[in-house]
Write a protein that binds this ligand. Structure first.
Ligand SMILES: Cc1cc2nc3c(=O)[nH]c(=O)nc-3n(C[C@H](O)[C@H](O)[C@H](O)COP(=O)(O)OP(=O)(O)OC[C@H]3O[C@@H](n4cnc5c(N)ncnc54)[C@H](O)[C@@H]3O)c2cc1C
Length: 490
């Protein structure tokens, strides 16, 4: 599928007619602003960018793309970490950042209705004065959009207790890949028939573009208590995590950092974690005061039983923020100890934590590639940070091997190749490690039912048919099989 120069001029004119001249970008310098998302190693300059102001304009943009046979890619804030919003060189990037109205906050109904470009944290800010908030809290919540959250089924530290985006979205209005406006779900908690809303959440822009989202609001907790426990090893911290959950306590969050992640965070934000810790856990409980008080004592005891050598309890919001500062800074902080790094995202059953972490340590030692571990321990969502120096010959390749081997470990232990960052462009090649060809064909049937022409975010989520067996690694330019006409990207 390709759009010729003449087609492009006509398409730009159609887009300008749809949204107005100021909302279409065609200047190469301006287009370059959008050449990547949060995974900056992949860059593609889109042919055109459209910034619709509302759902009607968004639908008109999609219809113009369909008429021109041009692929299109939705983009919210561009913070995605799997290349999901990577533009198509011959296509239109449809950016929702101008669709930022909070249409309704209805605490009596436990609902808010927002446009897709609304920033995650803005929903909580609007609901807080009423005593409510929006629970899914990706670490990027100050900048990522609700539309992006829906597309990625985003999670965050507190999703252990509250669930992921999919548990907090009850309705979506979307523009289908052929330009129709339809509604899936609504304000009610559930609807009869196939769960198409469930299919749409997490579909990474391949089934259409969300133009309005109805979310569930959650009551602000009466009480929040947080502790930081230091252990000699990740084994001990992992055992403490399992003991807490086995005791029937569901903390709002259980986060773990290993020694390397702690040293990076210390270098960056001086969070003052206990010196000499091989691992720290941050455990946060929230809910009614008596329940939190009783469970907090239990959690403290379970940490000690599993050989925590120091436990600190946040006395107030300031100290709590300090505990979280180290954790929240960890991704960026590794930039202090390594020039390059890969943020991996995989899931394992929580009980496999000690074994998988040990094997990651062995992989790291075998290949001479450092790995810092910082992750949502409560739900087994690992975020190994694979450190390397691209300037040193062979390190990039070895880092990518380690990164891929970690995903293999996750799959072998009954887990998943992604917990919350999505498949996007980056992990499409790993899908055959987790799913059979039949599984993937079945998923394609769903995708094709929504998008028979294959125009919505092509080349994402699914491996290209003939490239399924390719080994992981960076690829620059057009794949030789594509060039030879043996495979196509769709
Ligand atoms: C520092 C940092 C920390 C992060 N922490 C977390 C975390 O804790 N948890 C987590 O889950 N993620 C995290 N992320 C990843 C990212 O923020 C999330 O995936 C987020 O949901 C992406 O939102 P966005 O608006 O930036 O989407 P984009 O990056 O613009 O797009 C992401 C995907 O959504 C699609 N899309 C965007 N808008 C729409 C729409 N309206 N309709 C249909 N499809 C659409 C795009 O096509 C693309 O496939 C982090 C990222 C960074 C940079």
């Amino acid at each position: 599928m390709s759009t010729t120069t003449t087609d492009l001029t006509a398409l730009a004119a159609a887009l300008r007619a749809a949204v107005g001249p100021d909302r279409v970008l065609s200047d190469r310098q301006e287009l370059r602003t959008y050449e990547c998302d949060g995974l900056a190693q992949y860059k593609v300059v889109p042919a055109l960018v459209a910034l619709p102001a509302d759902a009607a304009q968004c639908a008109a943009v999609v219809r113009a793309c369909v008429a021109a046979g041009a692929p299109f890619v939705a983009r919210g804030s561009g913070t995605g970490l799997s290349g999901g919003a990577l533009p198509h060189a011959d296509g239109v990037l449809i950016v929702t950042s101008q669709m930022r109205d909070i249409l309704e906050v209805a605490p009596s109904d436990e609902r808010a209705v927002v446009q897709p470009g609304v920033i995650n944290l803005a929903v909580s800010r609007a609901a807080n004065p009423h005593g409510w908030y929006y629970a899914p809290d990706p670490s990027s919540q100050q900048i990522c959009s609700i539309g992006g959250n829906v597309a990625e089924n985003s999670g965050g530290a507190h999703c252990l207790k509250y669930g992921f985006t999919t548990n907090h979205v009850t309705g979506v209005e979307l523009v289908t890949p052929d330009g129709d406006r339809v509604r899936l779900g609504g304000r009610a908690p559930d609807a009869p028939g196939y769960d198409l809303l469930g299919a749409f959440v997490g579909s990474e822009g391949t089934l259409g573009i969300a133009t309005e989202v109805t979310v569930r609001l959650t009551r602000l907790p009466e009480s929040v208590r947080t502790l930081l426990a230091a252990f000699d090893s990740t084994d001990q911290a992992g055992a403490a995590t399992s003991a807490i959950i086995a005791a029937g306590v569901v903390p709002a969050a259980v986060e773990m950092m290993d020694a390397l992640a702690i040293s990076a965070a210390e270098a960056a934000v001086h969070c003052g974690y206990p010196p000499g810790a091989g691992a720290v856990l941050i455990v946060e409980l929230d809910g009614p005061e008596p329940e939190v008080a009783a469970q907090f004592d239990q959690v403290e005891r379970l940490c000690r039983d599993n050989r925590a050598f120091e436990i600190r309890i946040a006395a107030d919001d300031v100290e709590r923020a300090l505990f979280w500062k180290g954790r929240k800074s960890a991704f960026a902080a590794v930039g202090r100890i390594s020039p390059d790094y890969i943020v991996q995202d995989g899931v394992i059953p929580r009980t496999a934590l000690p074994e998988v972490l040990r094997r990651i340590g062995e992989l790291s030692a075998e290949r001479g590639i450092r790995v810092a571990n910082v992750f949502h321990a409560g739900d087994g969502n690992l975020h190994p940070l694979v450190l390397f120096d691209a300037a040193v010959e062979g390190q990039t390749e070895r880092a990518e091997e380690v990164s891929g081997a970690i995903l293999d470990l996750c799959v072998r232990h009954g887990g998943s190749i992604t917990g919350e960052h999505g498949v996007g462009m980056d992990k499409a090649k790993y899908m055959p490690r987790m799913f059979t060809a039949d599984d993937l064909d079945t998923m394609q049937l769903l995708r094709c039912a929504f998008d028979p022409a294959g125009l919505a975010n092509p080349g994402k989520v699914f491996p290209t048919p003939r490239l399924c067996g390719e080994v992981p690694g960076r690829r620059k330019g057009v794949h030789p099989a594509q060039e030879a006409g043996l495979a196509e990207v769709f």
